[in-house]
Design a protein around this ligand. Sequence first.
Ligand code: ASP
Length: 366
Amino acid sequence: MESRTMPTRLPESRTTTLLRGRSRPRRCGERERLEMGWAIALHGGAGDIPYSLPPERRAPREAALRHCLAVGVAALKASRSPLDVVELVVRELENCPHFNAGRGSVLTTSGTVEMEACIMDGNTKKCGAVSGLSTVVNAISLARLVMEKTPHIYLAFDGAEAFAREQGVATVDANHFITPENVERLKQAKEANRVQIDYTQPVKEEKPQEEASSGKGDSQIGTVGCVAVDGSGNLAAATSTGGLVNKMVGRIGDTPIIGAGTFANSFCAVSATGKGESIMRATVARDVAALMEYKGLSLKEAAAYVVNNVPKGNVGLVAVSANGEVIMPFNTTGMFRACATEDGCSEIGIWPSETDCVLPDPKRSC
Ligand code: ASP
């Protein structure tokens, strides 16, 4: 069955695309494979990132993105599997206090940390997820252990912490994650009566609970994620987060939910960021893959359709396809992001890019 029906709503989201494969008509569910080489994309969160972000806040995050991208590229060049690569990169991002994962995790309404993460292998569709971690240094590696060492997919809270002890992964006192910056973020969120997708300056007027940042904010940090594809089309995705500032104790977001914040199959790998409740309602990551598989859309078309159907200001994602296409769309003010491909394209960005890269001809450089 031929199925190239385009979505009724055309792409409006801000996007960065490295489209390297030549398209040809495909049958429903058929995967296009163009042997385009490896590709990688990563994010450090989407949100209300003001254009006025001071250099002292911007520079360390850009440096971290650059460093983590280099780590991922080196691993791909060394022929590490995409699964290894996304875990490695997300560990680096977790260890960086500038992002909302691992060391930089934001706090619950009780001032505690509840980290969550998910990893997925596209070929096998094996996946692992964790929630409610308060002592594990690298949640993403525990998620991988859940995938590889248990008959289950998802462990949370006490059971996940006990599993971490059993596996001997690095743990620290929970206070390690309760940084002065995150205490201040929580204080400001409480003053403003907000549950935030990231750090937002308090606004004086009363806002209902569960409201995302509004455009007046000073977002600085965010969930982290990475997607990668190797030269043979093997795909993997990983996402890790501290969740929302001032979230209820026990709240689980999109990040560890397979198909919401994280998904990979033989078509694409997706890692999302933004307001978890909106991302879960839209099954963002799975919908991107499903539009490719069932509707024959390109990664760019599928991701644009999905992002544009989530309320504005609520979502961003990074994704790669089996044929090496890279896409980083968002409908928020900005998204900390970076990508690179084997043929030499590389980009680091925060806000919509004037040099958004669309390369229908793989021979063109960006
Ligand atoms: N999606 C995350 C959550 O809702 C937050 C983020 O992406 O910054 O837990």
